[in-house]
Design a protein around this ligand. Sequence first.
Ligand SMILES: NC(=O)c1ccc[n+]([C@@H]2O[C@H](COP(=O)([O-])OP(=O)(O)OC[C@H]3O[C@@H](n4cnc5c(N)ncnc54)[C@H](OP(=O)(O)O)[C@@H]3O)[C@@H](O)[C@H]2O)c1
Length: 274
Amino acid sequence: MRKRAIPSSGEELPVVGLGTWIQFDVGESSTARKPLKEVLRLMAEHGGEVIDSSPMYGNSEEVVGDLSTELGIADQFFYATKVWTSGRQSGINQIQASMQKMRRDTIDLMQIHNLLDWQTHLQTLKNWKQDGRIRYIGITHYTTSAHDRLEQIIRSEDIDFVQFNYSIRTRNAEQSLLDTALENGVAVIINRPYEGGSLFGAVSGRDLPEWAADYDINSWGQFFLKYILSHPAVTCVIPGTSDPEHLVDNMGAGYGRLPDEQGREKMVQFIEKF
Ligand SMILES: NC(=O)c1ccc[n+]([C@@H]2O[C@H](COP(=O)([O-])OP(=O)(O)OC[C@H]3O[C@@H](n4cnc5c(N)ncnc54)[C@H](OP(=O)(O)O)[C@@H]3O)[C@@H](O)[C@H]2O)c1
């Protein structure tokens, strides 16, 4: 799979990862867990690494930890999770719990979820990074209204990653947030690339344009993901899925040609007709 470097270290990450918000919040039942196990197995097989979770996502961290261990491929992934609480000690307790649930001694990327009490947690994360218990520090949000705040923090603080919403239909990040991340050497993870799945509704029953083949696009999912990945500031995109076939489709966006600037404009014009 295509890889891009994390600016703060030069370490390369595969460009398509996995979100776990609703899909991985299941109980102990093997029926519910079976497709998720297959999703993780196929992800490793197709070269994906980044798994994004949060203590906000119910059992998701635990399910990721259990299934990756059962598969015997736990060390093949890049684990991103979040701190989502107020107060220093509460944050520390939550981070420790996340590590246990994900069954990791170190977390690759610890992010401050929706900027909740971010100044407090940032200090903790800096200390933990220095101690080697987390490898990278990030901040996240999922709404366009938070983009200005994310941008201010990118400019003023020493962080490795920023995660936010961006899609072919919701392109506010193109105004300045993506460029600010690029200029400040901050890696970018894109959440809600399908707007929670609603983008598929917008193109339902419609064929891909013939020229999509010029960019090795074989599905609407790949059309949406390749639009995002063709922005030079984007390091990785994390579509959420519980469906092994969708997972393979999503991983496919990490292979083959990407649209150039002209192709990107053509894609937007095509989608805006619907
Ligand atoms: N504040 C934050 O930090 C924050 C906020 C929101 C999200 N996130 C992260 O971003 C991740 C992604 O966002 P999201 O899950 O909200 O939305 P999303 O990735 O935009 O969309 C997920 C939806 O798309 C469907 N889907 C996935 N791949 C598909 C494919 N190839 N073809 C057709 N349908 C497909 C999924 O259904 P199936 O299960 O049927 O495939 C699911 O309903 C989350 O899981 C989470 O890790 C972070």
